[in-house]
Design a protein around this ligand. Structure first.
Ligand code: NAD
Ligand code: DAU
Length: 351
């Protein structure tokens, strides 16, 4: 039996990865390590609680003593590292949180894996999940991020992710640690915390609140359905080449304002409102500091070498996502009120 440590499995993408691995690989023991910050919510994975091949560990990746202790206890064969502070706006107001979790936390995990595996790297793997934001901002329509695009991070978030990527590659180069990395574009789908564009705007439309569009809304993002990202992580974990990086993207670029108008149209139909009602909530606000203009991934390497490509068209994925939020109002109320955090504070008091 393989023992796989997945970090950040109570978050948005991590919960989809944990679900996929627990259900698809009953012969693996999956350990989900999560600090349960504001972004972590065990309600995201209630469907796999109690499965015999699943264990939840509440802990902080920056705590070297704790992380060493779980490696000593379980001797993980593989790590899929997703735990991070992930929201760019929060990185602008609280950069140190990003430096501790994303940089120090990644180094702590690398050190624990290196110590536990003690140079015997047979059948071991450290998979680091990263972002396209490390490449900076594109300014020409015909440019795309490839695996060879030089790093040029522009926000404290992307600088912290870039730094963690460098540490992972450095441990491969220096200690021969078996690693693989992926850099993915913007994800959307079920269970995304409503601070990110799509769930925030769905929630605001439902509540007739303003839709704060940063700047002129002309920034471009490449959107990928979260379950397709989880599928890509599965493929890379099992068939990616050691030391390699794979870019993951949706071939699906939208300016923010076009995406927001599309979302408003979908919401009008779903909520039985008159066409144009939701779009009246659009409010242009001050731009994000240092706002990257455009991200766009060239995902030919992963398609050519590992056979992965997105499975869902955007309108299909967006409809599934909107339906999920409209049907899961209790989840949304819990996370917007913070009630879920009080529950975990009590449940894990003193642990
Ligand atoms: P998220 O914010 O939804 O979830 C992060 C999870 O990490 C939460 O469950 C949180 O509790 C946990 N966590 C945070 N700090 C921790 C710590 N110190 N110790 C243990 N757990 C901790 O993030 P997400 O959007 O699911 O992103 C997951 C990963 O994927 C991140 O590494 C992010 O950089 C990367 N990524 C995200 C996107 C995207 O569009 N969301 C795109 C590409 C890459
Ligand atoms: O590209 C991958 C990255 O995508 C991930 O690494 C990050 O973890 C993830 O948060 C996401 O970063 P973005 O900053 O692109 O996502 P966000 O949803 O915050 O914003 C998407 C775009 O919408 C961006 O151009 C900013 C804009 N925006 C966002 C919010 C929250 C608005 O105009 N108004 C808003 O209120």
């Amino acid at each position: 039996m393989k023992k796989i440590l997945i970090t950040g499995g109570a978050g948005f993408i991590g919960s989809h990865v944990v679900r996929l691995f627990v259900n698809k690989y009953p012969n693996y023991q999956i350990f989900n390590l999560d600090k349960l910050t504001y972004a972590g919510n065990l309600a995201n994975i209630t469907d796999i609680e109690g499965k015999p091949n699943y264990t939840f560990l509440k802990g902080d990746i920056t705590d070297q003593v704790y992380i060493d202790s779980i490696f000593d206890k379980y001797h993980f064969d593989g790590v899929i590292h997703l735990a991070a502070e992930s929201h760019v706006d929060r990185s602008i107001t609280h950069p140190m949180d990003f430096i501790f979790t994303n940089v120090v936390g990644t180094a702590v995990l690398l050190n624990a894996a290196k110590k536990c595996w003690a140079g015997d790297f047979a059948n071991k793997l450290f998979y680091h999940v990263s972002t396209d934001e490390v490449y900076g901002s594109l300014h020409n329509d015909n440019e795309f991020f490839t695996e060879n695009t030089p790093y040029d991070p522009q926000s404290p978030y992307s600088a912290s992710k870039a730094s963690s990527d460098h540490f992972v590659r450095a441990y491969h180069n220096t200690y021969k640690m078996p690693v693989v990395l992926s850099n993915c574009s913007n994800n959307y789908g079920q269970n995304q915390f409503p601070e990110k564009l799509i769930p925030l705007f769905i929630n605001n439309i439902c509540n007739n609140k303003p839709l704060p569009v940063y700047g002129k809304g002309e920034n471009v993002r490449d959107w990928l359905y979260v379950v397709d990202h989880a599928r890509a992580i599965d493929v890379i974990f099992h068939t990616g080449k050691l030391g390699e990086t794979y870019n993951i993207g949706g071939h699906n670029e939208w300016t923010n304002i076009d995406l927001i108008k599309l979302l408003c149209d979908i919401m009008d139909k779903k909520l039985g409102r008159n066409a144009g009602d939701s779009a009246k909530l659009i409010t242009y606000v001050q731009d994000r500091a240092g706002h990257d203009l455009r991200y766009a991934i060239d995902a030919t390497k992963i398609k050519r070498e590992l056979g992965w490509e997105p499975s869902l068209q955007f309108d299909e994925g967006l409809n599934i996502t909107v339906d999920w939020y409209l049907q899961n109002t209790a989840w949304l109320e819990n996370v917007t009120s913070g009630a879920y955090q009080k529950y975990y504070e009590e449940q894990y008091a003193g642990k």
